[in-house]
Design a protein around this ligand. Structure first.
Ligand code: SAM
Length: 378
């Protein structure tokens, strides 16, 4: 399978915790960006047209004006026969997923929407500087229903600042009531250089402690299982047959094209990332074309394990050995200790995290790196 990720680095408001490439920009800057992005699509056309999946993420793709959003979807349709895609997902924010945007999605072949909800708690939404409220989520879902877009996933976060156990439980039950076919449920990561990091380190806000966050995760796993969801990746839960098709391309370490500022790509034997700054990406792409991409070391043996262990199935040991000529536990001896601790297991030839290992995945990943690698990779 071969996928394409397209990055739209614009938002209407900046969330305090977010470290992705994004900014609030004027219409002219967005237009200039699209011009560079379309040029990158054209230069990558040979590969782009063979893609099995398209995923437009952000930032917030729906933060584009209707006109620009349509230009983007039309441009994609010019390169790709979208009817034959296995999945075409667009990320959206509840406040900007208007009826008009929903119609555009449907008209241009989008099959799935990933809606950034994060929490249903209005006070918490305010605290993390989201530009929507609970009521906007329900409106956005109505718009999807009206145009007949039934496949959607909700993004949820837990371990948010000042989030109590009771507030968390109430939130989770509201999410479950929506009955989405897919949920991506993330523990908050306190990223350096974010406003939230400043608020926490200066004592302006507090985060729930690690034990409470672990209890929240355990409760999520239990409740989602009770509701019939398949916990198929550390943060992903799907109704039977409704797993994401695009994201596992990353987890199986398959090839994908990354287009736009800050996007990463992994082609045959290379990895690259695009310049994160919108202005610098725009100028460099228009001037130098694909030479503006920055190559970085491709370590398939590490990536196969680091990404593969995110999935419930894990990594096939025989396939790993035939590709890399070594057993994963021989190549990364630290994993033997993790096996003894019960954090990983080998079952039916699959090396995978155990239920306990889900809570200590970072420790396992550290053992899939060589000394010279830094913890930054995970
Ligand atoms: C790059 S964001 C873009 C989504 C969309 N624009 C939105 O927020 O409505 C994709 C998802 O990553 C998750 N995310 C972003 N920052 C995070 C952090 N610091 N810790 C954990 N999850 C995070 C959020 O759930 C978010 O929906």
């Amino acid at each position: 399978m071969f996928g394409t990720y397209i990055h739209i680095p614009f938002c209407e408001k900046l969330c305090t915790y977010c470290d992705f490439a994004k900014e609030i920009a004027k219409p002219e800057k967005k237009r200039a960006y699209l011009k560079a992005l379309f040029y990158e699509m054209k230069l990558s056309e040979e590969m782009f047209q063979t893609t099995d999946t398209v995923y437009i993420g952000g930032g917030t793709p729906t933060a584009l004006s209707d006109e620009d959003f349509e230009l983007l979807l039309v441009e994609i349709n010019q390169h790709v026969d979208v009817k034959n895609l296995k999945e075409f997902t667009v990320e959206a924010n509840p406040s900007s997923l208007t009826k008009e945007k929903a119609k555009l999605l449907k008209a241009h072949g989008v099959t799935r929407v990933s809606l950034g909800v994060q929490t249903f708690n209005d006070a918490l939404l305010t605290l993390i500087n989201r530009d929507h409220r609970q009521v906007d989520v329900l409106k956005a879902l109505d718009h999807l229903k009206e145009v007949g877009l039934t496949h959607y996933s909700l993004d949820i976060m837990f371990g948010l600042p000042a989030q109590s156990w009771d507030a968390f439980q109430e939130d989770l039950e509201k999410f479950i009531q929506v009955g989405a076919e897919h949920y991506s449920i993330y523990a908050l990561i306190l990223e350096d250089h974010t406003k939230l990091h400043h608020q926490i380190t200066h004592g302006l806000l507090t985060l729930p402690d690690d034990d409470l966050v672990a209890d929240m995760y355990a409760h999520i796993i239990k409740r989602m299982k009770e509701e019939g969801y398949d916990h198929y990746e550390i943060s992903s839960f799907a109704k039977p047959g409704r797993r994401s098709i695009h994201n596992p391309i990353y987890w199986r370490n398959e090839a994908y094209l990354g287009l736009g500022a800050g996007a990463h790509g992994r082609l045959e034997n290379t990895r690259y990332e695009n310049i994160r700054s919108v202005k610098k990406y725009t100028d460099a792409m228009l001037e130098k074309g694909l030479k503006a991409r920055i190559d970085y070391p491709y370590q398939p043996i590490h990536d196969t394990l680091l990404m593969g262990l995110r999935m419930k199935e894990g990594v096939n040991v025989t396939a790993f050995e035939s590709t890399f000529g070594v057993h994963p536990l021989t190549r990364f001896p630290g994993l033997k200790d993790r096996l003894e601790e019960g954090l990983i297991r080998i079952e039916n030839d699959q090396l995978q995290l155990t239920d306990k290992g889900l809570f200590f995945a970072n420790n396992v990943w550290m053992d899939c790196l060589d000394d010279e690698d830094t913890a930054e990779r995970i």
